[in-house]
Design a protein around this ligand. Sequence first.
Ligand code: PMV
Length: 304
Amino acid sequence: MNSVTVSAPGKIIIAGEHAVVYGYPALLAATDKRLRLTLHIKGDLPDLNTLRAQNLAHLIKVISKLSSVKKLDIKSEIPAGSGMGSSAALAVALSAAWHKLSSGKDGAHYDVINDQAFQLEKLQHGNPSGGDNTVVTYGGWLWFRKETSQIKVFKMLANVPTIDHLYLLDTGKPTENTGQMVQQVADLRERQPEKVTAAFEGMQQVARGWLEVMTSGNTKIVPDLIKQNHQHLLDIGVVSNRAKKIISQIEEAGGAAKITGAGGKSQGSGMLLVYHPQVEKLVKANVKDKLQSVEFSEQGVRYE
Ligand code: PMV
């Protein structure tokens, strides 16, 4: 019997979500919440890409029924469907486990794992940028751009400055999944190309502003960058009324906030990234007690 345990982190999109699907740059960061996957097999595994499934959850069921699979155990600390990279973590962990057991090779072959995970992200979301699986594979802070569906360029950022006063806040699980949110933006882009392109161009400026934060350590512009990013996300219609209200209250109390992933339209918009230098000012907005700490992580996928 062969067995492997692998873990992969969750992620936050710091800037450029949705725009990244259309070739604009994004900044992403891995977080310390992780998903762990253990796979025991006896015999050979098929090529993962030959298994037919409608989405990742279905693929897990299909895998569990393979005669060579004796155990597939998945435990995750990453909130599901909330823009925190839960599906990317599953795609990456599964790809890493599969790679090790079917190739027998030790060590993490990040490029192979990342390419395989991108195929699984496509199964899950239809038209992903590849940013989520890449930051989850490599960990840390990542500057990412999709040039074509085959060619992605990215750079791990070193010596990232500490950014204080950042928190997470849950606005509730979206009823729409990432694929549906990406499709809504595609539909809006068909109807109102100028408006959506202007929002994407604005998000590109925000992402470049973050690069300045990363390279010069000038963290003073962080709240403005978060606010601007949020305005552009409003323009492309991926923030629900519930999340809009919470973000307005945070801004009125002197802070800034934005979604961390694909967002959501009709109910929750998933997790927010919140900046506030004095959280006691958020008591009135009834938000302070709901803030969660956010920890970034250098650690990408790893065998345990
Ligand atoms: O909500 P998540 O974690 O699935 O993030 C999706 C990010 C998008 O930019 C909306 C899509 C993508 O593929 O990059």
